[in-house]
Design a protein around this ligand. Structure first.
Ligand code: ADP
Ligand code: MG
Length: 255
């Protein structure tokens, strides 16, 4: 295959120009960072697993009528997506206290929040992705009021949907981060879900044991990091092995 032109290299992915105009190839790396790059390492096989987990979750989200950038997976580490104009915000939803909110408000990790809380962080590594207010977002034109309404509506729907989907496989969705972008079509821009949804940017806890099945294992040196990512994929039944089985098998999928 001809080597595509690299557009950007981030902490977890590389973006290449896609085969058609308006498309991008996301290449998922095994690199892992924490604390905005303060801690660096690799998680063997993470890129392959995140590519599949994100494909699976984005496809499910698209199926409930929320537009996403996902087009199709190309191979083990790459997926084709629509090129969007990224809104420079990280949208975080929290169901249970963990991570920065525990420190900020002095909460106990693991307590259920009164209702899902939506937070906005400015995507700016130099400033350490600061927490921002909706008033800042509209005043500095990072997004319009209408765009924020749509983003929050989509985000809360995604939260409800993913919480249920994960509950079904024994995982509690503690919190997660989303990125949205503007997709231009017929001179109009539409909000679409972009980036990725994976254990890199979600907190997943086993429903029974409370065991962490996400990047916190890397952040906090808890060990069994690769195993946690594999476990999430295994529960979602999307490990490459189980896929081979379902292709071979004569289950309802082959009818
Ligand atoms: P970072 O280190 O900035 O988080 P990543 O390694 O996660 O970067 O690489 C993905 C980058 O690509 C992010 O900056 C993200 O905002 C951007 N991105 C994700 N999806 C799209 C898309 N569909 N179109 C354009 N840019 C995207
Ligand atoms: Mg990123």
């Amino acid at each position: 295959m001809t080597r595509r032109r690299q557009i950007y290299e981030g902490k977890a992915k590389i973006l290449y120009e896609g085969p058609e105009p308006g498309t991008i190839v996301q290449y998922f790396k095994d690199d892992a960072t924490a604390g905005n790059g303060a801690k660096k390492g690799t998680i063997t096989g993470k890129g392959v697993l995140n590519n599949r987990i994100s494909e699976y979750l984005m496809t499910q989200i698209e199926d409930i009528g929320i537009p996403t950038h996902f087009i199709r997976r190309l191979n083990m580490r790459e997926q084709l997506v629509k090129a969007v104009e990224i809104i420079p915000l990280e949208i975080v939803v929290r169901n249970v206290a963990a991570g920065s909110i525990v420190k900020r408000l002095g909460l106990e990790e693991g307590v259920r929040l009164p209702r899902p809380l939506v937070e906005y962080y400015l995507k700016n590594d130099e400033l350490n992705d600061p927490l921002v207010l909706e008033d800042y977002i509209t005043a500095f034109n990072w997004a319009t009021v209408q765009e924020m309404d749509e983003i929050v509506t989509y985000t809360l729907r995604i939260n409800d949907f993913l919480s249920g989907l994960l509950l079904g496989v024994g995982i509690k969705l503690i919190d997660f981060k989303l990125e949205f972008g503007r997709y231009w079509k017929d001179e109009e821009s539409h909000i679409v879900l972009a980036d990725e949804i994976s254990p890199d940017n979600c907190r997943f806890w086993d429903i029974e044991s409370g065991e962490k099945l996400d990047k916190d294992r890397f952040r906090r040196d808890l060990g069994k990091v690769e195993e946690a990512y594999q476990e999430v994929a295994r529960r979602l039944k999307i490990l490459p092995e189980s896929n081979v089985e379902s292709i071979k098998g004569k289950g309802p999928e082959s009818i």
